[in-house]
Design a protein around this ligand. Structure first.
Ligand code: DNO
Length: 382
């Protein structure tokens, strides 16, 4: 398995020189300053690549080449957006980058309610609190139908949180929910959020699937010709958020997507943390079932609570059996004769991490701890 690290370029306070000390060899990066839907110019890709290579590393994976909201929503003239996506893929292939991750989550990317929840032995972790999410949807957004999406304990907790929260607490919750969007992405206030939700009104799971299929039909033939593997990232968390459908949450969803355009270039990012937090997903079984189509791997785990809340845990201490997953991945690698790029996905904020501003989850010390543990599993199983 090929060790990689995510680097946010000019949005990252961790330097490439620091990464080299981890002894990981590959970089996962993106041109986060380019607005969604625009072409990634080849010279900008070449410049990022040169920067990475000057540090003795290689740019192995793009995470992400984002899909414009109009494509997900299925509105407007989509032809130029599809053409731009294909052009960006051509430019990436010309620079030797052949693994491209993306997601199809409407509006938001990964969603948490706390970016610095206490970790068990000190330090902090990312946390999703069902009660706070209920407070956001029911009391702050006032979304019709939100009450039906939460169990009663989350609703009661959400009301209690809302009634005792200050303006500053609510502003922080809104900012936290938007924090999963990296780079130059539009972030919404409450009114903006309502507006963008309205733009999705009436969209169902079936509609979103149809829009993804259309996207795949438009871009997978180009990816295949270029030797690029696209790999869709699962929904995080794998449940409907803000009443919007999510279609990359379960083994059944993945099977549907892989079948929608049945080509190796239509692949999967195996994100153990995202998939594992769904109550019926068996992540080692998913790894086995879709091994042929996994092109990129995020290794992470968490501790779940009965109301749907979860805290990200250290890489060996959570609810997903990462030893079993890695065992399956090593099988996949030997069967396909590939070296799959993986990264320690997220880390706690530990020790000196708080001395700088970092992208939520993308700490230096915490991720180094995660990588070291994963490296140990891989070495032992190999
Ligand atoms: C979170 C990440 C996601 C991922 C995108 C891929 O840390 O796993 O933000 O990069 O969803 O498009």
């Amino acid at each position: 398995m090929r060790e990689t690290w995510r680097w946010f370029g000019e949005f990252d306070s961790v330097t490439l020189t620091e990464f080299t000390q981890t002894e990981a060899v590959g970089i996962v990066s993106a041109l986060h300053a380019i607005p969604y839907g625009e072409v990634w110019p080849q010279d900008a890709i070449a410049a990022r690549r040169a920067e990475i290579e000057a540090a003795g590393l290689t740019w192995d994976v793009v995470e992400s080449l984002p899909v414009h909201e109009d494509i997900k929503r299925g509105t407007g003239n989509l032809e130029p957006l599809f053409a731009n996506y294909r052009t960006s893929l051509k430019h990436l292939a010309a620079e030797g980058i052949k693994t491209v991750c993306y997601n199809f989550m409407p509006i938001l990317d990964w969603t948490r309610t706390d970016l610095a929840a206490p970790a068990p032995r000190g330090g902090t972790c990312l946390h999703f609190d069902a009660a706070k999410m209920a407070a956001f949807e029911i009391h702050m957004l006032g979304r019709d139908g939100a009450e039906a999406d939460y169990p009663s304990d989350a609703k009661t907790g959400g009301t209690a949180w809302f009634e005792t929260s200050t303006e500053a607490d609510r502003a922080e919750l809104l900012a936290t929910i938007m924090a999963g969007l990296p780079g130059a992405v539009e972030r919404y206030d409450i009114a903006g959020q309502r507006g963008v939700l309205d733009s999705y009104a009436g969209r169902t799971h079936t509609d979103l699937r149809a829009n993804l299929k259309r996207f795949l039909e438009e871009v997978i033939p180009t990816a295949t010709d270029l030797g690029i593997n696209l790999c869709i990232h699962p929904d995080d968390p794998p449940r409907n958020i803000l009443g919007l459908p999510r279609i990359v949450s379960t083994a059944e969803d993945i099977a549907w997507i892989m079948g929608a355009v049945d080509e190796p270039a239509n692949g999967l990012t195996l994100c153990t943390g995202s998939l594992g937090s769904h109550p019926t997903n068996d992540v080692p079984a998913i790894t086995r079932a879709f091994g042929d189509r996994i092109h990129f791997v995020h290794l992470r785990t968490f501790a779940k609570q009965p109301d749907g809340s979860f805290s990200e845990s250290a890489h060996l201490n959570g609810d997903v059996d990462l030893v079993a997953v890695i065992d399956e991945l090593l099988e996949v690698e030997s069967k396909r004769d590939v070296d799959l790029p993986f990264r320690a996905d997220h880390g706690h904020a530990l020790l000196t991490d708080d001395q700088r501003t970092f992208q939520p989850g993308y700490t230096l010390v915490g991720r180094l701890r995660g990588l070291a543990e994963l490296r140990g599993i891989i070495a032992a199983l190999s």
